[in-house]
Design a protein. Structure first.
Length: 162
């Protein structure tokens, strides 16, 4: 079988698969797998005040950040990340993407509702033939009641949004 160079569609598909795999890993509570996706990357959250950001570098820091999420007896955070409005621009071994992400959550005592919605702004690079995240920015997220989602320092949940 002869080797063929990837087409622009192959590249687009590989990057889109990264976007969707991220959501699958988060919703399954596979935080080490999420972290591994950011081995070569910066993961930055721009806070709603527009003046502050939290930045995580590489697999270990991204995994530790994800582990602040409450896991339920079924082994998941009881969320569904819905990724829409995906735009991917491939330029050789580099690419950019933007998309919207909406996070839904339901627990035994918390009805199904959106708890966060905003924009992902991503950069990718092909490293030794494989596409990797090199930067993910969570921007302009609208936040709902995350009291059943995040476990803050000391194990206490954040207060409900009023």
């Amino acid at each position: 079988m002869e080797h063929r160079e990837p087409t622009k569609f192959d590249d687009w598909h590989a990057i889109n698969t990264l976007l969707m795999t991220y959501a699958e890993h988060v919703d399954a509570g596979r935080y080490a797998d999420v972290g591994a996706m950011f081995e070569h990357a910066t993961y930055r959250i721009e806070h709603a005040d527009g003046e502050h950001a939290s930045t995580y570098e590489g697999s270990a820091q991204v995994t530790a950040f994800c582990e602040q999420t409450r896991i339920y007896p079924d082994g998941t955070p009881r969320t569904k990340h819905v990724i829409t409005n995906v735009i991917i621009d491939v330029d050789g071994d580099r690419a950019r993407a933007q998309s919207y992400g909406t996070v839904l959550q339901q627990t035994d005592v918390f009805p199904l509702q959106p708890i966060a919605s905003g924009r992902y702004i991503d950069r990718f690079e092909r490293i030794t033939g494989t596409w990797w995240f090199v930067e993910r920015v969570l921007s302009r997220f609208l936040l709902g009641d995350r009291s059943h989602h995040i476990v803050w320092a000391g194990g206490t949940p954040e207060p409900p949004v009023s």
